[in-house]
Design a protein around this ligand. Sequence first.
Ligand code: SAM
Ligand code: SF4
Length: 462
Amino acid sequence: MEFINEQEINKLIEQKIDDPKLQREIIEKSKDAKGLSLSDCATLLNINDKEILNELYETAKVVKEKIYGNRLVMFAPLYLTNLCVNNCMYCAFRKDNKDLTRKTLSVNEIVDETKYLVSQGHKRVLLVAGEHPKKSNMEFVGESVKAIYDVNLGGNNIRRININTAPQSVENFKTMKSFGIGTYQCFQETYHYETYKYMHPEGPKSDYEYRLYAMDRAIDAGIDDVGIGVLFGLTDYKFETLAMLQHAFYLDEKFGIGPHTISVPRLEPAFNAPAAEKPPFAVNDEDFKKLVAVLRLAVPYTGIILSTRERAELRRELFEVGISQISAGSRTSPGAYKESQDTMDEHHMEQFQLGDHRSLEEVVNDCTSLGYLPSFCTACYRSDRTGDRFMELAKTGNIGKLCVPNALATFKEYVNDFANDETKTNAVKFIEKEISKESEAAQRKINKMIERVDDGERDVFF
Ligand code: SAM
Ligand code: SF4
C-alpha cells in the first residue's frame, strides 16, 4: 500500500489550512488546467467562505469546459446478477441479506434488457454484477458482453460496454480485454484501511490490498482505460478525496496514464444494509459539490461520473462544477428494465435506492435546456484512442476537436431515432446553435456528418 500514505493525508487534514489568500492563489493557478498537488487540494477542501466557494465552482466549470466543453456523455448500468459472496455492510446484495430475491440473468434476459436500453436510445452500457465464482465468472461476463454487442435494432446498438465487477487476476483481465470492453471500473469504496476492514468483513473483497492493486493488474493485462472511485459516506470525505487523488497520481506516475474516469457514488439507503441506513460519515450536498469541484481541478483530464443515485436538482448543480459523464433512466436490479414495475418487486432485488427516476429522454431535455450537449459518442476506444493516446489528447486540451463533431452527430442520431416531436424541435435548434459556435471548417465537417445521419447512416464518427 506504498502509495496510499495515511500519515501524509492525516497531516494535511490536521493542518486545517483555511487561508483565503492561499486558496485564491491555488484557484488562480488551477485555471491553466494542469492539475494541482495534494496539499493544494487539501487547502481547497477546507474552504468555508461562500465567496471563495463560488470562485472555486466557477473555476471548476471553466476548467471542465476547457477540456470537455459542454458535453455530457450518457450511459446506463445493466445488472447481470445480484448474487454475491461478499458481505459489504452498505449493500443490499450482501450475502447475509437473506430477504433479497436473488437473480442471475440468462443470456435471453440479457438480450431483453439490452433491447430495452437500445430502444430508449442508449449506446453505452456499464455492466455491473455481484461477486460470485459461479455466477459472475469470466465465462459469464464474456457471454454477456457478446450477447449485448450482438443486439442490433435497425442500426441501433450498444457500442461501448464498460465493466464494473470484482477485481481480477492479470490472466482474467487479459480475457476480459479480449471481449472488446471499454473501461474497467472498480471502486476502492474507502481508502481508509481500518474502515475498509470493518465494512468488508467477509469474502474476497475483505482483501484491501488485492482491490487496491486491481488497476495495476488491469493495466498490466492491457486494459488501459481504468476507472476508480470512492463510496462517499463511509469515512471523512476529505480523507477519501485526498487518498483517491494519491491513487490517481500514482497510476499517472507509474503507467503514464491517470484514471480514465473517477466515480463519486454517495451512500444511498439499501435494503437490509446496516451501514447504508445511517451512513457513518454522511456527506452533505455542499461538501459533495466542493469535493467534485476540487477533483475537477486536481485531475482536469479525467472524466468524472455521476450516477442516478443523486436527485435531479443536485445533479444539475454538479454538472456545473465538472461532471462529464452521467447515467440516465437507470435501474439497479437484474432484469428491471424489461419487467414493468408492477410485476417486479424491485425493492427486494435492487442494490440501493435511486434519487433520479427520470427517463433518458427527460434527462436529455433537461441537459439541453441547461446548455449541455448530450453525447452518445463511443468513438475513442473503437478508434484506438485509449490509455496514453487518449490522455495525450485530453491533457493538451485537444480532445474537444474530435468530441464536438462526434457528440453532435451521435446526438442527432438519437434525436432522429428516439425523440418525440417536442424534444426534436428543441434539439434541432440546440444543435444548430452548437454548430454555429465552431470554426467554418469545423462547421462544414459537422454538417456533412449530420447529413449522413439524416440520410439514414448510423454510427457516424471519426
Ligand atoms: N460487486 C462488485 C464490487 O463491489 O466491486 C461490482 C460493483 S457493485 C455491484 C457497484 C458499486 O455499488 C460498488 O462498488 C459500491 O460503490 C456501490 N454501492 C454499493 N452499495 C451502495 C449503496 N448503498 N449506495 C450507493 N452505492 C452503493
Ligand atoms: Fe457484493 Fe459488490 Fe454489493 Fe459488495 S458492493 S455486497 S461486492 S455487490
